[in-house]
Write a protein of this length. Structure first.
Length: 125
């Protein structure tokens, strides 16, 4: 499983892009997508909502279970991916591209995020 080197990762299996104008993109990792199985429903935070690092901000429902979606950072939601809401399978088929979940304007410095190599080692254990 190749985890893109330019992203940072949470131990809850979300990824975070580098900020552009203070806004980062968040999604679930390929590891999470595989563990979930076929995602059939996605509940995302609303635009304008405040999220807190490590706290639940939505849900992903698969054929296997319902899992909480955690924000990897503190911030304000600036955009949600309506495509993945309409077609939840994008979270499985393109977790690092079209299956992204939301964009967040980060407040404060992200903590406890892993590099791609650290995340690969974390998920291998």
């Amino acid at each position: 499983m190749d985890n893109p080197q330019q992203l940072r990762y949470s131990k809850e299996h979300e990824w975070l892009s580098d900020a552009e104008d203070g806004v980062s993109t968040v999604g679930i990792t390929e590891h999470a997508a595989n563990a979930l199985g076929d995602v059939v429903f996605v509940q995302l935070p609303e635009v304008g909502a405040t999220v807190t690092a490590g706290e639940s901000c939505g849900e992903l429902e698969s054929t296997k279970s319902v899992s909480d979606l955690y924000s990897p950072v503190d911030g304000e939601i600036t955009e949600v991916n309506e495509d993945v809401v309409a077609d939840p399978s994008l979270a499985n088929s393109a977790p690092f591209e079209g299956g992204w979940l939301f964009k967040v304007k980060i407040t404060g410095e992200p903590e406890d995020l892993l590099t791609a190599d650290e995340y690969t080692a974390f998920t291998a254990g």
